[in-house]
Design a protein around this ligand. Sequence first.
Ligand code: NAP
Length: 265
Amino acid sequence: MRVWVFSNSGNASATAAHALTKKLKAAGFTVSPARPDIVITVGGDGTLLSAFHRYNAALDTIRFIGVHTGHLGFYTDWRDYELDELVAAIKADKGERVGYPLLDIKVTYADDTTGHYVALNESTLKRATSTMQTDVFIKDNFFESFRGDGLCICTPTGSTAYSKSVGGAVLHPRLRALQVTEIASINNRVYRTLSSPIIIAPDEWVVLKPASELNYIMTIDQFNMTDRPIKEVRYRIAKEQIYFARYKHMHFWDRVEDAFIGAKH
Ligand code: NAP
């Protein structure tokens, strides 16, 4: 089995990644960035996001494992003091994997060229300098005209990230659904939006058609794309999934409680 250890640049992560690489080699694994079967990230959820984008052309054949050097995250199951247990679990691997939905993003730019992207957490469309105005379509049916700072479209596993900060619900990652959350919508006598997050079914898609083709910021996970005027963005659940080698099970709501509520009262 080919394994790759993908670390962030922090001291604790680099040290843990070095120790893990040694242990994997000693256990007989090929540790290489080329065509890995398993990618182990060492860092936080942000590190897993980076590894996902590094390997997003081979999602069908890769399983991810997250090691965290601080606290357990949403994409990380292991702590840096559990490296021996992790190597033993990989040795006993039977190919088990759990898959989660991804967001498929198709952009048509003002010059009619297109871009195709996949997000693990979310994509947002925002306007930097003034109000964003966009028509929102669900399954190509007109839904509303939005005015405000922007809109966030997230996956279930991304619902605990940016989407939560802008008032989105936390979705259980076993749901195949997308969530659209408003970012500071304007609602008054003239402009009206639904003003609550909506959950999109697996066979539905969302289209945004901005009123002006200028000055939009489109984010895809940690990436910002500000350089090109946008005509239309189409969002749906991707055909691909992200797969994790989940050797130990942690109850999703325990993870949510641990991350956002902390010590029980
Ligand atoms: P960052 O600004 O360095 O980190 C953003 C924070 O989001 C980190 O604490 C990260 O956890 C956490 N995070 C990432 N994915 C998560 C998930 N699925 N559930 C819960 N928390 C999650 O940015 P980055 O590391 O490059 O990550 C980009 C992501 O940051 C974006 O996809 C977006 O979701 C998020 N973000 C959030 C806000 C906000 O909440 N206002 C603003 C901008 C971006 P770790 O510490 O474990 O890495």
